[in-house]
Design a protein around this ligand. Structure first.
Ligand SMILES: [Zn+2]
Ligand SMILES: [Zn+2]
Length: 373
């Protein structure tokens, strides 16, 4: 889709239909396109007409594992246009282009006071829904944005920035949080394992923080995209031993920090091995509970730290918005596939079975907007 289409508002915002299409999760690996009611909004709430919603690894995990009850409508990297506002909403009006966070913490509880916002009970409440148990709702034509998200988690998209670029605010925030967790020092060498869209964002952020970044992936196509975004030091893991290569590049020590941006638990051991004694390893994609074997002496004797980071941080909201809206990184380039809402099942299937050429996949209920008059 041309960017001009995403910047135009070519349709009337006043006519809100009674029903809409949505990709409804009905059970493990069962997502169906259904007609559901357009959500009703209350005081302080917004009805958002969805243009673009990114498909996130956590959506795929929920769909594949059945970790959440059905039915639900997932999708939380949502950008679109305000279609209607409830009473007492003064800061937004119909026609405004916005992106929404689906979680916002209370900032008062024990976890918030200790800056572990993702563990806050309020944060765990989802504030955006297209119907059923609130679950994001971005894979639908309209989303109800609840009052606390309107107040603190709704961000205006500046003129000239596309809905596609804007839908990266939440994923960028999660990556910034991960980089913070590693406490990178300028001049350190970082290995980022996995160059999917998230791995590439993490790599670019680490480089901006002053680190020397080495990236690795099994797919040459992904390393090519990484290179085109300024990540010069790549290791093709299909041809070379990543641990050995990283040690060679660091006088035999290993990387100061390693980021694992691939869900496979089998890569935890090589990630630990690629870190220098006293180094840190960030598990960024290990969202499934399970068990793994690690060498306890690599933590105790070699003093390597295992660090985790999950979800977004409200403390980084402004920073992530600035990064995305100022186009400090051309995030649209990470999008390899755009699917209309009608083809959301295909979109989710491709995202769950990544191909060498697939990167970020987005579902675009707004794909047809430019054809409306
Ligand atoms: Zn996400
Ligand atoms: Zn809290």
């Amino acid at each position: 889709m041309a960017i001009a289409d995403q910047l135009a508002i070519p349709h009337p915002t006043s006519s809100i239909p009674a029903n809409m299409l949505a990709a409804v999760y009905r059970g493990v690996n069962d997502v169906r396109l259904e007609t559901v009611p357009v959500p009703q909004i209350g005081d302080g709430e917004i009805l958002l007409r969805v243009h673009t919603c990114g498909v996130c690894g956590t959506d795929l995990k929920k769909i594949a594992t059945g970790s959440h009850s059905a039915p639900r409508i997932f999708g939380h990297e949502t950008s679109g246009e305000v279609a209607a506002v409830g009473r007492n909403v003064s800061q937004f009006g119909p026609g405004d282009r916005v992106v929404v966070f689906h979680h916002i913490p209370c900032r008062e509880c024990y976890y918030c006071r200790h800056q572990t916002f993702a563990q806050c009970p309020t944060y765990k409440k989802v504030g955006c829904t297209a119907g059923f148990e609130p679950s994001g709702g971005g894979f639908a034509e309209y989303v109800r944005v609840m009052d606390w998200i309107v107040e603190q988690g709704t961000v205006r998209i500046p003129a000239g920035v596309s809905f596609e670029q804007a839908c990266f605010v939440e994923p960028v925030n999660t990556c910034m949080k991960g980089i913070d967790a590693l406490r990178l020092q300028p001049g350190e060498t970082i290995l980022v394992i996995g160059q999917g869209p998230i791995g590439i964002i993490l790599s670019v952020l680490a480089q901006k923080a002053g680190a020397t970044v080495i990236t690795s992936d099994l797919y040459a196509e992904r390393l090519k995209i990484a290179k085109s975004l300024g990540l010069e030091k790549t290791v093709d893991a299909s041809e070379r031993d990543v641990v050995k290569t990283v040690r060679e590049k660091t006088e035999g020590r290993g990387a100061d920090a390693v980021i694992l941006a691939v869900g496979s638990n089998g890569l935890i051991r090589p990630a630990m091995d690629a870190a220098r004694p006293g180094g840190r390893v960030l598990l960024f994609a290990q969202t499934q509970r399970g068990e793994v074997t690690i060498d306890p002496a690599s933590v105790c004797v070699d003093e390597k730290s295992l660090v985790g980071s999950y979800s977004a941080s409200v403390d980084l909201q402004e920073q992530s918005v600035r990064f995305v809206m100022n186009r400090e990184m051309d995030l649209e380039r990470l999008i390899s596939h755009r699917f209309p809402l009608l083809e959301s099942a295909r979109a989710l299937e491709l995202a769950a079975n990544p191909q060498p050429s697939s990167m970020k996949i987005v579902i675009q209920p707004g794909a047809a907007w430019s054809r409306e008059k």
